[in-house]
Design a protein. Structure first.
Length: 370
């Protein structure tokens, strides 16, 4: 805006544009300042420091000449803008050189033209004062940027400390669970095995005795499964769980052995580490779907698929519907992780879970970002 004001008002002062050699020089100086000013604004937008310095140097030298040619006009404002802007935006050495060039161009022109002494002394002092003000502003901006960087580093350090504290707390909880739950379950398992051995030693002449032995056997199986689940939960808390593909592969083998039905596990995409929550949701979905398949379609083969996409994973469990079934029965029973709960777990992780009959098969599909 100041440069535009100079372009408008300087032609109104003496010497007038085109009036003799001085008038022609004023016209040329105004044209150079106009073009260099546009170039300067473009360099400022692109944050090109070197080109900005070059543009300011041209404007400063030309502005000094213009102030010498037209000392009784607003031409002094060009040098004011240049020296202040150089002090604010450029390194000290560069801004000093631009300020010195502006003063030198003015003094050389003013002495040649015969500018009054007060102008020869006053104008340089004004430009040097504005340059000093620009340096102060530049130092303030540097301190502000340094403070912002320090604040950002402090925040990152605080976040790292918070994350480390959370991991330490999770590890402590995992140790507590291991010490309390796993040891208790192990003790229960030992006592159940001892009770089963004592009952086996009794005469086999009672139906109730057989049922008691059968109940103890089921309790032993549930205890072992509970211990396995406890270990898996502890691994999740400690962030050292085995890869999801390996977990699902082992799960498929276990269910194939327990249910005596084929479970075909397949993997597509490139495996990668995934978050604890997404991995746990995927594992629970496969576990629940296999439980439902054994309960509602006993003896039917099952296909378990894990797919790794660019930004998500998908777990699919498919089994044929038993003959005479329309697939309308609600499958929300099993290992304690009903489909309703699995949908809620998937929603918490911004995922979706779809379960239902499709083309003679029962399909369960989980998609979750990971």
């Amino acid at each position: 805006m100041v440069l535009v004001g100079v372009l408008v008002t300087v032609p109104l002062a003496k010497p007038h544009l085109g009036a003799g050699a001085s008038g022609v020089a004023v016209a040329v100086a105004l044209a150079v300042i106009f073009m260099a000013g546009i170039f300067w604004l473009l360099c400022e937008r692109k944050r090109n420091t070197r080109m900005t310095a070059a543009a300011l140097a041209v404007i400063g030298l030309t502005g000094g000449v213009l102030a010498g040619l037209s000392p009784l006009s607003t031409a002094i404002a060009v040098g004011c803008v240049v020296t202040a802007a150089a002090g604010v935006n450029l390194p000290t050495e560069t801004s000093l050189a631009i300020t010195a060039g502006t003063v030198a161009a003015f003094l050389a022109t003013g002495l040649a033209i015969g500018v009054p002494t007060e102008a020869l002394v006053g104008y340089p002092f004004a430009w040097i004062g504005l340059w000093a003000f620009g340096l102060t502003r530049h130092a303030y901006l540097l301190r502000a940027e340094e403070a912002e960087r320090t604040l950002a580093e402090t925040r990152r350090a605080h976040e790292a400390e918070t994350h480390a504290a959370a991991l330490a707390e999770r590890a402590r909880i995992a140790r507590e669970i291991h010490d309390v739950l796993s040891h208790a379950l192990a003790a229960v398992s030992v006592n159940l095995q001892a009770a089963e051995g004592l009952l086996d030693a009794l005469p086999d002449d009672s139906a109730e005795l057989g049922r008691a032995i059968e109940c103890i056997g089921r309790a032993s199986v549930l205890t072992r499964e509970g211990m396995a689940e406890a270990r898996r939960a502890i691994q999740a808390l400690r962030d050292d769980a085995e890869p999801l593909a390996d977990q699902l592969s082992e799960l498929a083998k276990e269910w194939e052995a327990d249910a005596n039905v084929p479970v075909d596990f397949s993997l597509s995409g490139t495996p990668r580490p995934i978050g604890t929550e997404a991995g746990l949701a995927a594992y629970r979905t496969a576990q629940e779907a296999l439980t439902n398949a054994r309960k509602h379609a006993p003896g039917q083969p099952v296909r378990l698929t894990l797919e790794f996409g660019d930004s998500e994973i998908a777990v699919r469990v498919v089994n044929p519907l038993p003959s005479g079934s329309d697939g309308g029965a609600k499958r929300d029973a099993g290992g304690g992780y009903g489909l309703t709960g699995l949908r809620e777990r998937a929603a918490l992780g911004a995922g979706t879970l779809v379960a239902g009959p499709d083309d003679g098969e029962w399909r369960v599909c989980l998609r979750i970002p990971a």
